[in-house]
Design a protein. Structure first.
Length: 319
């Protein structure tokens, strides 16, 4: 009888031990499955968040840029008439500037003695100066408008163009980009000058600073020629994007960035973070009319920390 009791206790002990082991294995398996499923779901969420943020940022910028371009195109149509004089051109510039609050400044810059035979170098510039409109003569010797990109790009490309960001010293005296659309003369439709509209880029910086994703996700705006136009770290503004990257990123990920410049939809990929340890999820969305890009960066470590916290809470509840 004693032997039977001892054998029974031994069997019960082994059974209890096996149940504990099995329960532990099941518990760890459940936690592991939860971790990986949670990670997959959160990665999908963060990916969609990055793409959505990039798309909404692009839409907000494109709305402003489209409005500004329409005003410049309309101004070009008005001043291309052969019977319009200098005073009427200046009045038209002021009128369009007053109508569209997104425009910092506008000018009509003429090819000398072409659209109007009796008008040589002519480029009256009107811009916002507080509550009034300021004026500058871009035909003055200290500016020489015929040498600037905003004048020469539409002439060489034979179409409207957005310039790279620049500091317009002597004109608007601000960091800006310019939309310039060509004027045409005669039946030959010869290049006769440009009508332009400037956007001060300070509002883009504010737009980027208002992007908050998780703890340290952020956005930036990059121009067609890869100049950083707006960044939470203002020290990076007006630097070439590539100059801020390390050799590892350039070697392994720069081609992805270059391909994104040709894409119509957002490009989404994982790469090492530049502002903290670990990897980041990156979404790049092009502004189709300008060639500029909105870039959204979200650290993976913040994603993982949320998953670990969630898994720990499940473990506490289960125990």
């Amino acid at each position: 009888m004693a032997k039977n009791k001892q054998r029974f206790r031994s069997l019960a002990t082994r059974l209890s031990f096996n149940i504990v082991i099995l329960g532990t294995v099941v518990f760890i398996t459940v936690l592991g499955v939860n971790y990986f499923l949670s990670r997959s779901l959160l990665e999908d969420y963060v990916g969609e968040l990055a793409r959505t943020t990039a798309a909404s940022t692009v839409k907000e910028i494109e709305t402003v840029f489209s409005s500004v371009a329409t005003s410049a195109d309309s101004l070009a149509a008005v001043v291309s008439r052969a019977d319009i004089g200098e005073q009427q051109i200046q009045e038209s510039i002021r009128a369009f500037l007053k109508i569209n609050p997104d425009i910092f400044g506008m000018t009509v810059a003429l090819e000398p003695n072409l659209l109007h035979k009796d008008i040589g170098e002519f480029a009256p510039y009107f811009y916002r100066d507080g509550d009034r409109l300021g004026h500058a003569d871009l035909a003055a010797d200290d500016y020489r408008y015929l040498m600037w990109d905003w004048y020469n790009l539409p002439r060489s490309m034979n179409r409207a163009a957005w310039t790279e960001p620049y500091f317009d010293e002597g004109g608007g005296n601000a960091l800006m980009t310019t939309y310039a659309t060509p004027l045409r003369a005669g039946e030959e439709r010869r290049f006769a000058g440009v009508a332009t509209a400037d956007i001060s880029l300070g509002w883009l910086q504010q737009l980027i600073e208002n992007i908050h994703i998780l703890d340290s996700g952020f956005g930036l705006i990059v121009s067609k020629e890869d100049t950083i136009v707006a960044h939470p770290d203002s020290a990076r503004k007006m630097k070439k994007l590539k100059s801020t990257m390390d050799s590892d990123f350039i070697e392994n990920y720069w081609d992805i960035y270059l391909r994104s410049k040709q894409a119509h939809e957002a490009t989404y990929f994982n790469a090492p973070c530049r502002h903290k340890a670990g990897d980041c999820w990156i979404a790049i969305k092009p502004l189709l009319e300008t060639g500029w890009k909105a870039v959204i960066v979200i650290p993976e470590s913040e994603l993982v920390s949320d998953i670990i916290l969630m898994t720990g809470e499940i473990a506490l509840v289960a125990t």
